[in-house]
Design a protein around this ligand. Sequence first.
Ligand code: HEC
Length: 141
Amino acid sequence: MKQIFSKAMARNIFLGSAVFFLVLYVALSVDTWGQIPQRDHAADMSLSAQRGKYLVDSNNCIGCHTINGEGAYFAPELGNVYTRRGPDFIKAWIRIQPSGVAGRRQMPQFHFSNQDLDDITAYLKWLSHIDTNGWPPNIQG
Ligand code: HEC
């Protein structure tokens, strides 16, 4: 078979492309990391929201739910639930679980205090303001 490139040319194209894409990868990563403080606004996280995050993490809500797409697909996305439902619905919802409605998936009763529910809601509110470039798409209406 006729060779189009010499061995040295093929090696240079390979190495050149590898270096080019490595530099591009590093540049895009640095750009993304630079944007994270504005996007996740972690500095705005109140103490209440931090406690709420602890409660959500330690009770394994993402064993059933997703948060910004991460977690299990058994129950609705929580990253945007504050915008979809608002604080009063969320607290009332968590209080009355399990719903016992036939044919619907069930969520356990966690026996949270009012303070716990305020903290969880503060965390869900903070989550709802993270700029995720619209991910995940709100398909639950
Ligand atoms: C064992 C699974 C399971 C766990 C664990 C769980 N949930 Fe749920 N959750 C569900 C299911 C299923 C639904 C939807 C039920 C329905 O629509 O009837 C739901 C619904 C919700 C809703 C309402 C969502 C909406 O869009 O209306 C909120 C808010 C919520 N869960 C918060 C939480 C929080 C906070 C935790 C952790 C403390 C948690 N859940 C843990 C199963 C779970």
